[in-house]
Design a protein around this ligand. Sequence first.
Ligand SMILES: CC(C)(COP(=O)(O)OP(=O)(O)OC[C@H]1O[C@@H](n2cnc3c(N)ncnc32)[C@H](O)[C@@H]1OP(=O)(O)O)[C@@H](O)C(=O)NCCC(=O)NCCS
Length: 147
Amino acid sequence: MVEIRLVDPEQTRPLRQKVLRPHQTLEELVHPGEKHPATGAFGAFAGDEMVGTLLVFPETRAGSTSGAQWRLVAMAVDPDYQRRGIGAALISACLDYIVARGGDEVWCHGRTKVIDFYEAMGFMPDGPEWVDEYTGPHYVMWRRAAS
Ligand SMILES: CC(C)(COP(=O)(O)OP(=O)(O)OC[C@H]1O[C@@H](n2cnc3c(N)ncnc32)[C@H](O)[C@@H]1OP(=O)(O)O)[C@@H](O)C(=O)NCCC(=O)NCCS
């Protein structure tokens, strides 16, 4: 049984480093979005252990005209806990959080290797694939916040 809770953004950094960015130090993992006063940092807990995380905060998606836009970053589930619905539970919690704060849309830089996850979560691609030097191919992915 996994519980989804709001946490301090700093708490998410070790899992983000392990799952997403092993090439960076914990200090380098401080995301500018952590500083926004409306930021929601979510942790999925199995007992005391954080096994999943994501962050959301207001940020405009280039070219979008769909109202209040929020960005999702740091979507990560520990490899030992993947494919058990934890990523889906984190997305559901962040959508509730965004809607409760008047958000209309959520978007992210989705890694191509997990694009099926984002599509299963209702996200759609916007524009062509592009490549990050360290983390590989991505698409901009977005969806309406309300279901
Ligand atoms: C992507 C990630 C967050 C998904 O988390 P998860 O807890 O494993 O996902 P869920 O179990 O909630 O999956 C929900 C649905 O998404 C789809 N899905 C999830 N992972 C998938 C994958 N690797 N490939 C294809 N479809 C996937 C499936 O439809 C799945 O439902 P199912 O298991 O009933 O078939 C996780 O695999 C992860 O952390 N990957 C490594 C880091 C990463 O790439 N993060 C994204 C950065 S943009």
